[in-house]
Ligand binder design. Structure first.
Ligand SMILES: Cc1cc2nc3c(=O)[nH]c(=O)nc-3n(C[C@H](O)[C@H](O)[C@H](O)COP(=O)(O)O)c2cc1C
Length: 174
């Protein structure tokens, strides 16, 4: 059966999609908010990320997309391990600090929120909804980003309460 024609504008196949159009469409994707952390020779580092996805449960594997322009990007490759902290609704200030707001860098960011050392010796956010403790099994550069593939070696389940999400360039609670 024929699909009905969409009334909205669309881009012709075969032409490059303009980055602004792509970003606008992606801003309509509801995404959970995480802070990805590591601890390497350079000390602790972390950044806020919505580009997190499950790859498999056998064995438990996930991926994170890390912009190579982020100052701590090399630290994530070198350390070979990272933690994915899924944020609760009341942890928006942590998301902002690790998203670069306020100009906090490196270790300074850990002054926002309560942090402790987790299963693999990685910085874990106290009160996070869940924490995935990962060993880096593959890092592939695609366009502007490093796609970090992590084998999940431990999981910490926090209280199952309201979560922080990102939609339309703003935070919301789900
Ligand atoms: C809600 C939100 C989601 C973000 N998602 C990502 C992401 O998935 N991947 C990424 O590389 N950067 C993401 N960022 C941007 C990085 O957190 C930001 O560029 C980084 O903290 C800058 O670090 P630097 O100042 O040390 O370079 C996101 C920021 C916010 C506020």
């Amino acid at each position: 059966m024929d699909q009905p024609k969409a009334p909205e504008a669309h881009h012709d196949a075969g032409h490059a999609v303009e980055a602004g159009l792509y970003r606008e469409a992606m801003s309509r994707l509801v995404a959970a908010v995480h802070v990805i952390t590591t601890h390497g020779a350079e000390g602790r580092a972390g950044f806020t990320a919505t580009a997190v996805a499950s790859v498999s449960d056998s064995p438990p594997t996930l991926l994170v997309c890390l912009n190579r322009r982020i100052r701590s990007a090399p630290a994530f490759r070198h350390a070979g391990r990272f933690a994915v902290n899924m944020l609760a609704a009341e942890q928006q200030a942590v998301a902002e600090a690790f998203g670069g707001r306020g100009g906090l860098e490196g270790e300074q960011r850990f002054g926002v929120g309560q942090w402790h050392e987790g299963a693999l010796g990685l910085p874990c956010l106290t009160g996070a909804v869940a924490v995935f403790h990962c060993r880096l099994v593959e890092a592939r550069t695609i366009a502007t980003h490093d796609v970090l593939v992590g084998r999940v070696e431990a999981v910490t389940l926090g209280p199952d309460r309201a979560k922080l999400a990102y939609l339309g360039r703003g935070f919301l609670t789900v």
